[in-house]
Structures are given as C-alpha cells and as structure tokens.
Design a protein around this ligand. Sequence first.
Ligand SMILES: *Cc1c(COP(=O)(O)O)cnc(C)c1O
Length: 356
Amino acid sequence: MAFDLNSLLRPHIASLKPYTSARDEYTGKEGIFLDANENPLGSATDEDFNRYPDPYQWEIKKRLSKIKNVRPEQIFLGNGSDEAIDLLFRAFCNPGKDNVILLPPTYGMYEVSASINDVATKKVSLTEDFQLDPEKVLQQVDEHTKIIFICSPNNPSGNKIDRDSIYQILDQFNALVVIDEAYIDFNDEPSFTQDLDIYPNLLVMQTLSKAWGLASLRLGMAFASEELIRILNRIKPPYNISGLTQEFVLKALQNEKKVKSMIQTILQEKERLENELEKLDFVQKVYPSHANFFLVKVPQATEFYNQLINHKIIVRNRSKVQLCEDCLRITIGTKDENEALIEAMNKVSKEIAVQK
Ligand SMILES: *Cc1c(COP(=O)(O)O)cnc(C)c1O
C-alpha cells in the first residue's frame, strides 16, 4: 500500500475552506492599508506594533531554509512545538476513533495533546537502554493508527535513538512518523530533514527553545513535504507567530556564531558535570546523554528532589516515570550553577543518610 497523505486526512479537513486574512489577500508592501481595521496612528507602546504580522513568516523561513538546508515551503512555524503537535492531531486523528503510538518514557506533550483531542494512545515502552524496538512498535499498528512519535535525543532519558530502527519505522509504516529533534543541536548526529524528499510520511520537529536560548519567544519548527506543510498552514490560526517574535527570531538567526559558542560552552560543562556526578558515591547511575541534561539515578529520588529544593536547587523529578524509577532529570547549568548543584547533592545525601 502506497503512502497517500490525502486519504490520511480527516474528511472535513480535506474539504475545509480556510479563513483568508487581509494579509493573505493582498501581499504587497506598498500602499495605504485600510483593509485590516488596524490603528493607523501607532501603538500604546513606544515601539509600534499596530500592523498585523506576516501570517506565513516568509522572511524567517527564507533564512531558516539556508540554515537547515530545506526549501522554505517545507517549513511550518508554530507557537512552540506544541502547536505543530496539536495541529497534527486536529488534521489527521478522528476523535474517539483513531490512535497514535507513543514510546514511553518520552516527552509528555504528545500524550496531553492526544487526550485534549480525544485520540487514543498505544504505548510501546522503550527497551531498558531506552531504544525503540521496531518490530514491537509495528505490531501495534492497526488501520486507525495515524502517527508514531519518536523523540531523539529522547526526553527524559537523553540518548539518541538508533537510526536504523527509525528507518525501519519510516519504511514500514504507512501513516505519519514524527521525529522530535528538540535536542539535536547538542550532538553531531545529522538531522532527519535530509530524508524529507525520500519519505513523504516524515515530519521532523525542532525548536528554538533549547540551544538557541529563545524559550520565551515560543518558536517551534516543523519540516515536512510541501503538501503536509500546506495542510498545517490551512488549519493554523492565521497570525500564530507574533510580530515581536518574528522580529527577534530574525535577529537571532543572524547570530548562529553565538549559538555555536554557547553550545560549546554547555558541552564543556556537560563533560565536567558528568565527571563530578560520577565521583559521587551515592549516585547510582548517570545515563549516557546526547542532550543538554542528564538522567541521574539516586537513592530515594523524591526525598532527594525535595531536599534539593530546600537548598534552592530545582531539578525535575522523573522518578514516577516508567523505566526512570529513582531518577532526576538535571539540566546542564553554568559552571557556578553546576558547582552549587554538586555541593547541594553532597549535603542532601548526608541529610538523607542521617534521617534513615
Ligand atoms: C523542550 C522540548 C520541546 C520544545 O517545545 P517548545 O514548545 O518548542 O518550547 C519539544 N520537544 C521536546 C522533546 C522537548 O523536550
């Protein structure tokens, strides 16, 4: 059976007549703009924000297309990666009928978005070393399975997923495969965007929230076939990326050098922190990471987590998550922050020992 995007679409989306905004109908830059009921005088702020922004963010996409080596038409930009995830559910998954496959332990938003959209999830646990088992995953596929979500490097485990097993899924699954590469900038693994022209069922997600340091601006990227991107564009809110975000992102994209240098600094710190963590005798395991965080196994993780907060160190308690029993997820901080972390961990381990 060949892949056919249109037959995957929910029927009412296939026949949807999208909203056309003022900025859709006239795209020129010259003229007197009396078409969008904007305030012609300016804004309540010192800087002017009175005009609606470009609904398709072409300036950003042109620049990104050079950085990411894809065509501008293969890019969708969302208000965070969450928006692309939600739009995929809305476009392809019939509530109460279709399902998606998740590979826990993984990023929580896939499941939340599925629940919001009343879409069932089939869960195929990763292996003990957080790899995916393609056969087990493919066995779970049925006629209503619309999306398989793969996160690589995976959150919260930090490892990258074996490429061959991802290709097996891409080759053998006839609906959509989403590869979430939120942490790709922290390792030298090539992006799956290089395979977009081979796999029409592939959608790759990345974000400016991590390595680019722009979490507050909210900019998530999705890369896919032009056909799939057109579908997302048809159903997105017309002005989903604010003018302010577009302006700052465009500036940020000129600063690739700064990003590369920040990544180098974080990776140096990561190596140092890993050594420090390995030295702590109460730390039971530091899982291999290709991201900007470590999954770390400690005794009595929840108690440990709470005590760290008393020392004003906030990490993520993942100890209730499948395959992550007694694990904390720790983001690489600055040198000073990491030193404070190690010092607090030493104190907490003594405090917990005394309580026993
Ligand atoms: C942080 C993260 C994202 C990014 O989400 P944004 O909404 O773009 O900030 C996406 N996927 C995973 C797995 C993440 O950990």
